[in-house]
Ligand binder design. Structure first.
Ligand code: NCD
Length: 327
């Protein structure tokens, strides 16, 4: 899916954020730098900046979500936008309204931005092709394709933990790569940021074919994949997306691919452990690791607000200066 062209305006500024694929290192760095300026905002008592005052943002979610939907909502509110939450499974889709009709009706209410999550790959892209010229679309996860704001909050977390030089980092992404939109968006972002060594660790049945063409190294043995890793990103087994028996069972999976303190000791002593959530405790990882000193899983959630504020304000920016953002 070519999402590069439609995402960026003629002058190089972001219009939609549909995928990390095809963007530039400069744009990703701008997201991270802008998020850095907002990270302070979320720690203040007065949590709002007026950047998107008067704008209307619709969270259009066709699939369940807690973290992503609520952090988008908080981010929009902290930018002073008005936010509508629409859970489409519970509304007009049930009555047979098409996606385009839902969209047209919402646009008739003068919406400025759609945050879209859908089980079908390509939905956010489809919507972006049909919105009015002033409207921006942010992909909050489409099928197995992409989840770019999750990838950017992960990059933000890595940069906060390890510094800006991704070139010296070894990052291991472990688990269900085949069904993961997060993994795909992370790999493109890590490549754009020139990460030294990007590893994929999973059983053969959970690795998409030709993944090496994305410039990653593939490991089937967790211990080998963890050796000297600076960052370990664990992914959830996406049982709802699995067709047929791809795995012998969760117990066997945990024995081979579950992250325990003992296996983690193979990575660097200062390793950072991440997970986009929701975690299956005792399947992908032991609670002692999830809640342990190397884990930044809850920081990821907090950083998600600043990163989503950054993406939304960049897509909506008319002529914001750095001073406006810091004001
Ligand atoms: C991810 C998602 O929905 O794609 N979670 C998230 O956005 N926090 C990953 C997952 O569901 O495992």
């Amino acid at each position: 899916m070519n999402t590069a062209g439609i995402q960026v305006r003629a002058d190089g500024r972001l219009r939609h954020f549909l995928s990390t694929e095809g963007l530039t290192r400069e744009l990703l760095t701008e997201v991270l730098d802008t998020a850095e300026s907002f990270a302070g905002v979320t720690e203040q008592t007065v949590k709002k900046v007026p950047l998107l005052r008067g704008k209307t943002i619709v969270n259009l979610f066709f699939e369940a979500s807690t973290r992503t939907r609520t952090t988008f909502e908080l981010a929009a509110k902290r930018l002073s936008a008005d936010v509508l939450n629409i859970n489409v499974t519970a509304s007009s889709a049930v009555k047979g309204e098409t996606l385009l009709d839902t969209l047209r009706n919402l646009q008739a209410m003068h919406v400025d931005m759609f945050i879209v999550r859908h089980t079908d790959s390509g939905t956010a892209h489809f919507i972006a092709r049909h919105v009015q010229p002033h409207v921006s679309v942010i992909n909050a996860g489409d099928g197995r394709h992409a989840h770019p704001t999750q990838a950017m909050l992960d990059m933000f977390t890595i940069r906060r933990e390890k510094g800006a030089d991704f070139g010296r980092l070894t990052v291991a992404i472990v688990g269900d790569i085949a069904h993961s939109r997060v993994a795909r968006s992370q790999i493109h972002a890590l490549n754009l940021l020139n990460t030294g060594d990007v590893r994929i660790v999973a059983p053969r049945t959970l690795i998409p074919s030709h993944i090496e063409s994305l410039g990653v190294r593939v490991f089937h043995d967790l211990r080998e994949g963890l050796r000297d890793a600076d960052v370990v990103i664990m992914l959830r087994l996406q049982r709802e997306r699995m067709l047929g028996a791809l795995l012998p069972g969760e117990h066997e999976y945990y024995q081979l691919y579950g992250l325990t303190e003992e296996k983690l000791s193979i990575a660097r002593p200062d390793v950072t452990v991440m997970h986009p959530g929701p975690i299956n405790r005792g399947v992908e990882m032991d609670s002692r690791v999830a809640d342990g000193p190397r884990s930044v899983i809850l920081q990821q959630v907090t950083y998600g607000i600043a990163v989503r504020m950054a993406v939304m304000s960049m897509a909506m920016q008319e002529n914001h200066t750095a001073q406006d953002i810091h004001a």
